[in-house]
Design a protein around this ligand. Structure first.
Ligand SMILES: [Zn+2]
Length: 124
């Protein structure tokens, strides 16, 4: 865990000082309320080759931490899901192969998350 402290201006609590994790790549200049402060890390996407849209980047996974969230105040991994794509049989097999590869990535994130949470990425 980084010891770097940053100051984030908020509408409801003025300038808020918060520890900035080493893995955070977020732009904190737009968070209007203290509870909105969210540390986010780099994302890794599943890339599925499709006939309709070419390579589609989907299911991004990355770490996030909302240090002032009253309910979930610890480092988590987040996955985003979005739209539909069509596949023929060969395309579906390529998608399945990509999913298997992405599952390996998710397991790496899970191990890293366990380490980060054990380092004290919870309460301020
Ligand atoms: Zn941050």
């Amino acid at each position: 865990m980084s010891t770097r402290i940053i100051t984030i201006p908020t509408a409801d609590h003025g300038d808020v000082q918060v520890a900035e994790p080493d893995w955070c790549t977020a732009d904190h200049s737009w968070e209007p309320y203290r509870v909105d402060i969210t540390h986010t890390g780099a994302k890794t996407h599943l890339v599925i080759p499709t006939d309709c849209h070419g390579p589609v980047r989907t299911l991004p996974v990355g770490f996030l931490w909302r240090p002032f969230d009253p309910v979930q105040n610890k480092i988590m991994a987040a996955i985003e899901a979005d739209e539909w794509h069509d596949f023929d049989s060969a395309g579906l097999i390529r998608a399945a192969d990509a999913l298997v590869e992405h599952a390996t990535t998710l397991r790496v994130y899970a191990r890293q998350l366990a380490v980060l949470q054990n380092k004290g990425g919870a309460a301020q």
